[in-house]
Design a protein around this ligand. Sequence first.
Ligand code: SF4
Length: 143
Amino acid sequence: MNIIVSACLLGINSKYDGGNNYTEKVESLAKEHTLIPVCPEQLGGLSTPRYPAEIIQSSSIILNSQGQDVTFNFKKGAEEALKIALLNNCKYAILKSKSPSCGYGFIYDGTFSNRLVIGNGVFAQLLIENGIKVYTEEDEFLL
Ligand code: SF4
């Protein structure tokens, strides 16, 4: 089965600080499945490293920690990453928890103070709207 995966979970240095979120539990799925890594923020034209960004709850725009509006990049990147998922007929995604792009269920609240609110990242939400089942690396995977 083809599964779309947040690139940083597979050890690719796509994270805002130039690092990754390698998770062995996710990589081990490659024994039985084809894992397709994507980073929607890079696909949206943002550099690595880059300033961290959060979804502003009152307006749904996305600002980075310098106050720059990166909403366009996040939306464009989510759409490009969705194309990759659809081209590969992915029915499942495993995404990085809490991220403003990839988070599912909970995301940071837009105040850059490590507080969480109920919600989905831009990419996770787009996948759900297109019928793709989303898990985070913290979940039990029912594939
Ligand atoms: S956008 Fe997603 S894949 Fe890219 S670094 Fe952030 S959490 Fe990882």
